[in-house]
Design a protein around this ligand. Structure first.
Ligand SMILES: [Zn+2]
Length: 278
């Protein structure tokens, strides 16, 4: 049957020329799906080694990164923490230079001025003497450590309020994921939850201040999206009244899209529920 399509190789269509003209599409799809099923993806299948240049010491280094578009989003928490199938890309969001110890979450890694780099060199690099493993699969503990290093650099370089808040939020999400994903020792879950709340509290304070001092978009978010996210963080740390005020602004806003308003209504319900269960 493939003879019908022969001669197409010369046009670069070798693959097409080998196709069976009347092959049942459904059978073919089933066959391909079967191959997919047999190959269970592991976390390392989503990763590759990405090369970065440190903006503080100019060292080139490699660090595990998630292939874009490979991981499938399956949902988000009410504070917009994304959840994926087969891998948690959040673990790979902090970059650490293994030579000088400068670190930052990806979107802020290169956002550093010469005076800020000097501060990092003086206050971090001079003392930094750790050996970090930056290849392969990261554990939640690795990821939490790298995010703490990112927060240290953000504080030392006197980074934007939103950068510090965002780094705290990302760390809180990792602490939450560790509670959900890993076997924990007795009492460990409570300790992790307490740490999560501590990071959320700092994220909340930083974002609230950033909202009045920085220009939008803030960390890639418009005003209404940020209001929803910060209101939910406020709810999680028990700031119900402020959270309620923020969420009402979104619900009554003339500019917010219906999608965001629906999200805001969901958060408002959670606030009401939490206040009743307090
Ligand atoms: Zn460096």
């Amino acid at each position: 049957m493939s003879g019908l399509l022969s001669g197409l190789e010369a046009l670069g269509l070798g693959g097409v020329s080998k196709m069976e003209v009347f092959e049942d599409v459904e059978t073919k799809e089933k066959k391909e799906a079967g191959v997919e099923e047999k190959h269970e993806k592991t976390e390392s299948d989503y990763l590759f080694e990405k090369t970065h240049t440190c903006p503080v010491c100019d060292e080139e280094f490699k660090c595990s990164a998630v292939r874009t578009g490979k991981a499938k989003l399956v949902g988000t928490d009410s504070d917009l923490r994304p959840k994926y199938l087969g891998i948690d890309p959040l673990k790979y969001d902090a970059l650490v230079c293994p030579r000088c110890g400068y670190a930052a979450v990806n979107r802020f890694f290169n956002a550093i001025t010469t005076p800020q780099a000097k501060l990092v060199m003086e206050q971090i690099s001079k003392r930094f003497n750790a050996t970090l493993k930056l290849d392969g699969v990261f554990s939640y503990d690795d990821a939490i450590l790298f995010h703490r290093l990112a927060l240290a650099s953000a504080v030392v370089k006197r980074g934007k309020l939103s950068e510090r808040a965002y780094t705290c939020l990302k760390t809180a999400w990792l602490l939450r994921a560790k509670q959900e994903e890993e076997e924990t020792k007795p009492g460990e879950k409570e300790a992790l939850h307490a740490q999560e709340l501590e990071f959320l509290k700092n994220a909340y304070e930083g974002f609230v201040e950033a909202m009045s001092k920085e220009n939008y978009p803030i960390c890639g978010m418009d005003e209404m999206t940020l209001y929803c996210m910060v209101a939910d963080i406020g709810r999680r740390i028990g700031h119900y009244e402020e959270a309620g005020r923020m969420i009402s602004k979104v619900i009554i806003s003339r500019n917010a899209a219906e999608r965001i308003k629906n999200k805001a209504r969901e958060i408002k319900e959670l606030i009401v529920e939490d206040m009743q269960n307090k």
